[in-house]
Design a protein around this ligand. Structure first.
Ligand code: AMP
Length: 192
């Protein structure tokens, strides 16, 4: 199963991706987690990404496409993968299409977790308060505003991109976590 979880910051992509990973035995590929690990390890990618992430902006497309291309056909992803936080721009989606075609792979589904902006701002503010230890420096108030704007301007166009390919399903991300999971599973069982 090869799947994309699409949705604004705070929509619950990470929570749902973790659930799907366990339920279907696919690997969870979160570019945000990989970039945070690179920042923590002080790698060249991490050094490049650190300031960009702290501001809530997007890391350059070639950087994230590079880290994803290294992972999608890794042995631990043989059962499939769930992309969480990637792609985030149309250019990334096009690069992913090319990568998958090269490897004779195809996407099974793109699930949009839909959440109203007011609700997601409350959620992200809560996450920022809960991580006051600085574990997530990209969750500060200013970065939050930027992240929501960046989503609206650069990532939301992917909804139409994948709808046009007949891959998109919209799930109400404002329902309870378990209800969202149940809805996602129901859809995945229908497509795979
Ligand atoms: P996330 O945990 O998915 O919200 O990602 C945290 C931050 O990492 C984002 O605000 C971006 O700065 C960066 N990031 C993660 N994924 C991507 C991506 N696909 N393209 C560009 N930047 C990304």
């Amino acid at each position: 199963m090869r799947l994309i979880l699409l949705g604004p910051p705070g929509a619950g992509k990470g929570t749902q991706a973790e659930y799907i990973q366990k339920r279907f035995g696919v690997c969870q590929l979160s570019t945000g987690d990989m970039l945070r690990a690179a920042v923590a390890a002080g790698t060249p990618v991490g050094q490049k990404a650190k300031g960009i992430m702290a501001r809530g902006e997007l890391v350059p497309d070639d950087v994230v496409v590079g880290i994803i291309s290294d992972r999608i056909d890794a042995p631990d992803c043989a059962g499939g993968f769930i992309l969480d936080g990637f792609p985030r721009t149309v250019a990334q989606a096009e690069a992913l299409d090319r990568l998958l075609a090269e490897k004779s792979m195809a996407l099974d589904a793109v699930i949009e977790l839909a959440v109203d902006e007011t609700v997601l701002i409350e959620r992200i503010e809560k996450r920022a308060r809960d991580s006051a230890d600085g574990a997530r420096t990209d969750d500060n108030a200013e970065a939050l505003k930027t992240r929501v704007e960046v989503y609206r301007e650069q990532t939301a166009p992917l909804i139409a991109y994948y709808r046009n390919k007949g891959l998109l399903t919209r799930v109400d991300g404002m329902a309870g976590i378990e209800d969202v999971s149940a809805e996602v599973v129901r859809h995945l069982e229908a497509v795979v």
